[in-house]
Design a protein around this ligand. Structure first.
Ligand code: HEM
Length: 308
């Protein structure tokens, strides 16, 4: 079913997004309602695409790792497992599992708004909304710390190769392992750093977004901590779809990774939080804190439709 993957797993960055998480309720018919909503979702997205032809509308619908067995006790994606909760002093990555995730995104907020509202309504008494976050493009695709985010993402066909499960798990081919974390930034502390100190924290320059040469990168630099290699020397890759969010109270990043295996993300997160063999951890985690963390599988559209 690789050809019927959900377009949001691969799509290029959008201008606006809505991140909706839900837990199924204990109503008698809740599971049956969820199954029918999920099965109808690919068609529903197609209808919205026709209604908003220029919006580049995408949906990414994920099923939580713990919820999976209630939704579909017969079969489970081979590598689907819980979010890896980590803690190292001030640096934390909590696990806050939820049952369902819908990421609606587009270049027009009205399209996002309408489809988001319909998703919430269709789940009615079957699922309660846990969190609703509006992500947006900030300037030229920058995180709110002021640095361009997403530069080293895979491009073109590589996006499919990195993000989609293939023949290694035929029943779930075209699906993807998704990790979601909401980070809250301490922007006042960040802004007390000089630009050079901020650049050192990422290992890239700020205005013109140029990567530091390898020998100039601190072991604590974010891009050092997340550029990992396997034993055979090949790079571990993920496809990131993160977006800034915020209001007058709180500001941060909705971090999203999709990949054909959960292992790459887990290894990167461990490298950020726990550091290298000498315990040198990611400097940016002194200025931003993960407050949620959840692991999902995003099945193909073909797989969703057979839930009917
Ligand atoms: C690179 C921001 C969390 C994985 C970057 C870059 C920025 C950034 C600005 C450099 C440009 C680019 O290539 O995109 C952030 C912020 C985070 C965050 C603000 C949290 C608030 C994470 C997490 C992971 C991760 C949790 C994975 C567990 C990566 C990877 C790269 C990267 C793989 C590319 C490294 C390279 O090849 O140079 N991030 N990131 N990031 N980030 Fe993050």
């Amino acid at each position: 079913m690789r050809e019927t993957y959900q377009s949001g797993v691969i799509a290029e960055a959008s201008k606006d997004a809505l991140f909706l998480t839900f837990n199924q309720t204990h109503n008698e018919d809740a599971l049956a309602v969820v199954r029918s909503v999920l099965a109808a979702m690919p068609q529903r997205v197609e209808a919205y695409r026709k209604r908003f032809p220029d919006a580049r509308l995408h949906l990414t619908l994920g099923v939580g790792s713990a919820y999976w067995d209630r939704l579909n006790p017969q079969e489970r994606p081979a590598l689907l497992r819980a979010f890896p909760a980590l803690e190292n002093g001030e640096r934390v990555a909590p696990s806050t599992p939820v049952d369902l995730l819908f990421i609606v995104r587009a270049d027009q907020y009205d399209a996002v708004f309408d489809l988001g509202a319909e998703i919430v309504k269709s789940l009615e008494d079957a699922a309660e909304l846990v969190e609703e976050i509006h992500g947006f493009r900030y300037r030229d695709m920058r995180d709110l710390t002021g640095f361009v985010d997403g530069t080293e993402n895979p491009e073109g066909e590589d996006r499919l190769e990195v993000a989609l499960v293939g023949a290694e798990d035929p029943e779930f081919a075209g699906g993807s392992y998704l990790h979601l974390q909401r980070y809250e930034h301490d922007l006042s502390a960040w802004q007390r750093l000089s630009v050079k100190q901020q650049e050192d924290a990422y290992g890239r320059t700020k205005d013109d977004n140029i990567e530091y040469p390898g020998d100039k990168k601190s072991p604590h630099a974010h891009t050092k901590r997340t550029s990992l290699k396997r034993e055979d020397g090949t790079s571990m890759e993920i496809l990131r779809h993160s977006m800034p969010y915020g209001d007058s109270q709180r500001k941060g990043l909705m971090f999203v990774s999709t990949c054909r295996t959960p292992e790459h993300y887990e290894r990167m997160l461990t490298s950020m939080v726990e550091g290298d063999e000498e315990g040198r951890a990611d400097r940016i985690l002194e200025f931003t804190r993960a407050v949620t963390g959840a692991a999902f599988f995003v099945p193909s559209n073909g797989w969703l439709e057979q839930l009917a």
